[in-house]
Design a protein around this ligand. Structure first.
Ligand code: BT5
Length: 234
């Protein structure tokens, strides 16, 4: 693993955005704490120092993945597989980028990319995975420690997750990914509020389609398929 480790940094995603020109494909940047860890729309990612896994993986070269919009989903699948391999039960993927265990969020994924014509500057897969933190004030969250009821090695989980991510990126098995999504979809058959293309609306989630779009029924009874960039759940 080509890893750059920080004790403290503003954000591992932001570090890569500043430095990507000097970094190799698959550089892995981790931090024990972040002063400005964030999710989508600048929402804060909270993590007590030294307790959790905070990292970003830089991708500069797309080989077998079909579309850039697949990366959040592949990252979610990889976190799912890593948690299942640790024997954690009731792991669900909240499309497109959150992982829940028994109804509580255990990991968040932030994929950011910069692509110009015929050229990929960067794709950054940023992941925050709660490992040894126990109490999350004001958040509906859990951690591996809470789920397994024992302290776990962050280094070991980092290695498991890194290997899953790289394997899935290099050898994407779309049929397997779809099966995992369909069988472990946190939102399936739920009615929820979402903002789709800037309009807040009530939807029912029906399925994940073969091209990874989310199939929903909107409040007018119409069926829509949406990509991850177009939606946020509230
Ligand atoms: C995410 O955003 O869930 C993606 C978070 C990605 C964080 C990683 S850490 C390494 C890398 N560097 C960064 O700066 N970011 C990435 P979103 O779907 O927008 O959800 C954010 C929401 O999750 C917050 O508004 C809180 O409600 C909730 N949240 C914050 N910290 C949490 C935690 N530790 N566990 C569970 N939920 C949390």
């Amino acid at each position: 693993m080509n890893e750059i480790k920080f004790i403290k940094i503003d954000s591992t995603n932001e570090y890569i955005k500043r430095q990507y020109k000097l970094l190799d494909n698959y550089t892995f940047v981790s931090a024990k704490s972040q002063s400005n860890g964030h999710g989508r729309f600048n929402r804060k990612w909270q993590s007590k120092p030294n307790k959790n896994l905070l990292f970003s993986l830089l991708i500069k070269d797309i080989k077998n993945v079909k579309s850039i919009t697949d990366y959040p989903l592949i990252a979610g699948i990889s976190v799912y597989q890593a948690l299942v391999s640790l024997n954690i039960k009731d792991v669900k993927i909240k499309w497109p980028n959150d992982i829940y265990v028994s109804g509580k969020k255990i990991a968040g994924i932030l994929v950011e990319s910069s692509v110009s014509e015929n050229n990929i500057n960067y794709i950054i897969i940023g992941i925050g995975l709660n490992i040894n933190e126990r109490k999350f004030r004001g958040l509906n969250a859990t951690s591996i420690r809470n789920e397994l009821d024992k302290k776990v090695s962050i280094k070991k989980i980092k290695e498991i997750l890194y290997n899953k991510l790289l394997y899935n990126i290099e050898n994407p098995n779309y049929n397997e990914f779809l099966n995992i999504f369909r069988n472990n979809n946190y939102l399936i058959n739920k009615t929820c509020y979402a903002t789709i293309r800037n309009a807040k609306t009530k939807i029912k989630v029906l399925d994940i389609l073969d091209d990874f779009k989310l199939k929903v029924e909107n409040e007018f009874g119409e069926i829509e398929s949406i990509i991850s960039d177009e939606i946020t759940f509230s």
